[in-house]
Design a protein around this ligand. Structure first.
Ligand SMILES: C[S@@+](CC[C@H](N)C(=O)[O-])C[C@H]1O[C@@H](n2cnc3c(N)ncnc32)[C@H](O)[C@@H]1O
Length: 775
């Protein structure tokens, strides 16, 4: 999961520590390590020195401290160290800010049963019977492991069963309720008022973030327009209208009258899961939009808002409902073991860990005591360490018999009552290139643990520390958090080619076959589109921005894009558009101009590999942040008629036809001068890129019904809109080793062979949204 890719975790700077707390951390496999509270402490100043990205990106700190987003609603970050507050716990220690702690009764309505009604698109909470996530569609798809992922599994009045008998963690009357946001039929409060920023019911429990109205409107507008915001369960699920892909007759996929893929229905996809994903996407879009605006302020003023916190507040104001302050123990329906989040704020959005509760989140019981429900672990286990047992280091005490309080007390209470605790692993990946250190922190949901033991250990002198041993509950899906880290090339077995591009790409493209002896079929590697011999490209017009493009109104290229720059400062595409102009050879701006992104070629390490059922495919070895440029589809350019004559059409990509096909692009078409006159007769003269004989590695990218790339039309070295470059961008954050894919967008039963017979090919993408047929 699915914003990210940026360096150092933001909270590394913004954290103030509760003085009573040791630098807590988890250690794997009960290995006791030296505790050195001092080393984890970072001042705001230190991190702010690296600029906004270093300080702010991911909502966490290396020492696990977070300035509470909702505590006072103040997401303004000063340049210097003052004002970095952290609420290290809350229960019995200090306040937890503006989230009123949910009462135990809030979480577990008496005798609830959750059922999901696909036909009516509803989840109903009915009286009588225990909540059984295995009844929920998303849990079926996730198999047995996800069953236990719910604390409510087979929950009866005595406890809940595992294969080994009763687990006493599920107490009488403890039932799971679906978090409000993911319930089918959930109507976001204030959604009708989305653009005004006003909540319709006036019950704003969270302080209004300090983002200006304009920023809020823009962020929300972008969130609404983004291509990968699939329809939620509420509105049905229209497919993304993607660009024409390979093949001769790419058009809309088949959907039934409700707008739902029949096959998707048959697959009993989880609507709850879909709502979780949709919420995340909405949040990430708002975050990205604010990040970009705040970057400018940071550069100019040296301070600004923290985009993660501001986005969090906007999201809550715009999408939250009445039950938003509920907190849950056990699993959160729709969140799966292995799900990856980019920030603490995202954990809060999906409900697995409240943003301001670091490292331990808890619920408050009626008697005023607290119960720990989730913990974020910053241990960085090696590949051989087991994640089954973890050690949590709590507060430092000066006496061995000092009263246990705060979140330590909450953890102890969870131990005494055998309440499962969610563990989220914070995984730090080095993305630095030697000269510039860069770190990315991702948060992986690791499943449910029980607190097994608590003791007080002497560390040095007269200092003691509370330590907790946690053990992962049995029968849960295993996760490999190493896979999230950038993978060294050497670590693969099989037939291996170091660089199939023969040095033509800036980054080597390796190829590996770990399942058979087959080598890559011969084709001629080229790294630039080959135009027909008789074709002479018109030189593009350029801009006069000598020092670099900065003011959109003065930049001719920005004006070609409708008066705005298509990329943010870190090179991420702001939004998918029918057409994007990058600065080109006639422009006076330098090669480093932020309006030149895709023309510079690939920057991630990608690998061609043999898949089990789809021939060769392409995967990434690096983490790819959402909306980053990934690669271009390269091949030989042919006129459509010539392309149709080619015997093998498997590597054809039809281009330049789709500007007017996508209704949500209407507003953008009006803004982009070259598209304003609508389709001309020349548009009948179409082109296709064929990568059959000559091409780059992108020819191996397979189709997926839930793709992680989308093709973007880009012009930079000529102005001919009938032959744009096809540039793939990441639709979401893509972790290392994930196969890259896009939607080929074939229209079912509209692909014919040379004799006019309908061609059919099954789809093996394996997505839960798979329509079953490639064409
Ligand atoms: C552009 S090529 C992709 C690379 C190809 N896998 C290879 O080994 O060369 C397109 C072809 O790959 C296969 N393919 C791609 N995606 C597929 C999918 N989801 N299911 C089945 N086959 C797929 C089909 O044979 C398709 O015609």
């Amino acid at each position: 999961m699915e914003g990210g890719g940026e360096p150092v975790s933001p909270m590394a700077s913004g954290a103030r520590r509760h003085k009573a707390l040791a630098s807590w951390r988890f250690q794997s496999a009960f290995v006791r390590r030296e505790i050195n509270p001092g080393t984890l402490q970072m001042s705001c100043e230190a991190a702010v020195g690296d600029g906004l990205l270093a300080c702010l990106n991911h909502g966490d700190s290396s020492d696990g401290k977070l300035e509470s987003p909702a505590t006072d609603g103040d997401s303004e970050v000063p340049k210097s160290g003052g004002g970095c507050a952290v609420d290290a716990g809350g229960c019995g220690v200090g306040g937890v800010g503006s989230y009123p702690a949910a009462k135990e009764g809030d979480l577990r309505p008496k005798d609830c049963k959750i059922s999901e009604d696909i036909e009516n698109n509803e989840v109903t909470v009915e009286p009588h019977g225990a909540a059984k996530p295995s009844d929920l569609l998303g849990f079926l798809n996730n198999g047995a492991a996800e069953d236990i992922n719910s604390a409510a599994k087979d929950c009866n009045s005595e406890g809940f069963r595992t294969g080994e008998g009763t687990v006493p963690g599920c107490r009488k009357g403890r039932k799971t309720v679906v978090p409000w946001r993911f319930q089918i039929g959930y109507e976001p409060k204030g959604s009708q008022d989305l653009f005004s920023g006003n909540r319709s019911n006036g019950k704003t429990e969270h302080p209004v973030s300090k983002v200006g109205d304009e920023s809020r409107k823009r962020a929300l507008a972008v969130a609404r327009n983004r291509p990968h915001l699939r329809g939620s369960a509420i509105s049905g699920r229209p497919s993304i209208k993607a660009q024409k892909g390979t093949g001769s007759a790419p058009k809309k996929r088949k959907v039934d009258k409700d707008g739902c893929h029949q096959a998707t229905k048959n697959n009993r996809i989880s609507f709850i899961r879909e709502n979780v994903l949709t919420s995340l996407r909405e949040f990430r879009i708002i975050y990205k939009q604010l990040l970009e605006e705040e970057e400018v302020k940071w550069r100019e003023r040296g301070n600004g808002l923290r985009p993660d916190l501001a986005a969090f507040n906007i999201f809550r104001e715009s999408f939250c409902g009445n039950n938003d302050n509920m907190k849950y123990d056990g699993s959160i329906p729709g969140v799966r073991i292995g799900d990856v989040f980019n920030s603490i704020a995202e954990l809060s959005i999906v409900g697995i860990h409240r943003a301001q509760s670091l490292p331990v989140d808890y619920i408050e019981k009626k008697d005023g005591t607290c119960l720990a429900v989730s913990v974020v672990s910053y241990a960085q286990p090696s590949a051989t360490d087991s994640l089954d047992s973890l050690l949590h280091v709590g507060s430092i005490a000066t006496m061995c018999d000092e009263k246990v309080e705060g979140t330590d007390m909450a953890l102890k209470e969870s131990m005494d009552t055998e309440t499962p605790v969610r563990v989220i692993h914070a995984v730090v990946t080095d993305l630095g290139n030697g000269c510039q250190p860069k770190q990315l922190t991702s948060y992986v949901y690791g499943g449910l643990y029980l607190v097994e033991k608590f003791h007080i250990e002497k560390i040095k002198g007269d200092q003691y520390v509370n330590t907790f041993h946690l053990r992962r509950m049995a029968d849960q899906q295993q996760i490999d958090i190493q896979a999230l880290k950038t993978k060294p090339l050497e670590s693969f077995d099989g037939t291996f080619t170091r660089d199939i591009s023969g040095g033509l790409e800036k980054v080597p493209i390796s190829a590996i076959n770990s399942i058979s002896n087959e080598h890559l079929m011969g084709f001629h590697y080229i790294s630039q589109v080959q135009y027909p011999l008789n074709y002479k490209a018109d030189p593009p017009s350029g801009c006069d921005c000598i020092g670099g493009c900065s003011a959109a109104q003065k930049c001719a290229c920005a004006m070609k894009n409708g008066g705005e720059f298509p990329f943010n400062d870190i090179g991420e595409l702001k939004e998918e558009k029918p057409l994007i102009y990058e600065c080109g050879p006639s422009c006076k701006c330098p090669p480093t101009c932020h309006s030149r992104v895709s023309q510079h070629g690939i920057k991630f390490r990608l690998q061609v590999f043999k898949t089990k059922s789809m021939g060769w495919g392409v995967r990434t070895l690096d983490f790819i942040p959402s909306m980053s440029f990934v690669c271009e589809y390269i091949g030989e350019l042919f006129l459509d008629e010539e392309a149709q004559q080619r015997k093998n059409d498997e590597y054809l990509f039809s281009i330049g036809h789709n500007y007017y096909d996508v209704p949500r692009w209407n507003a953008q078409i009006k803004a982009i001068p070259s598209l304003q006159n609508g389709p001309s007769e020349d548009d009948e003269t179409g082109f296709a890129v064929d990568a059959l004989n000559k091409g780059n590695f992108a020819r191996f990218i397979n189709h997926n019904c839930t793709p992680n790339l989308f093709p973007q039309n880009v012009l930079h070295d000529h102005d001919n809109i009938s032959m744009p470059h096809i540039m793939f961008f990441a639709l979401e954050d893509i972790p290392p080793l994930k196969e890259l894919s896009y939607d080929y967008n074939y229209e079912i039963d509209k692909v014919y062979d040379s004799d006019g017979n309908i061609k059919m090919k099954p789809c093996f993408c394996g997505s839960i949204e798979c329509t079953g047929r490639l064409y």
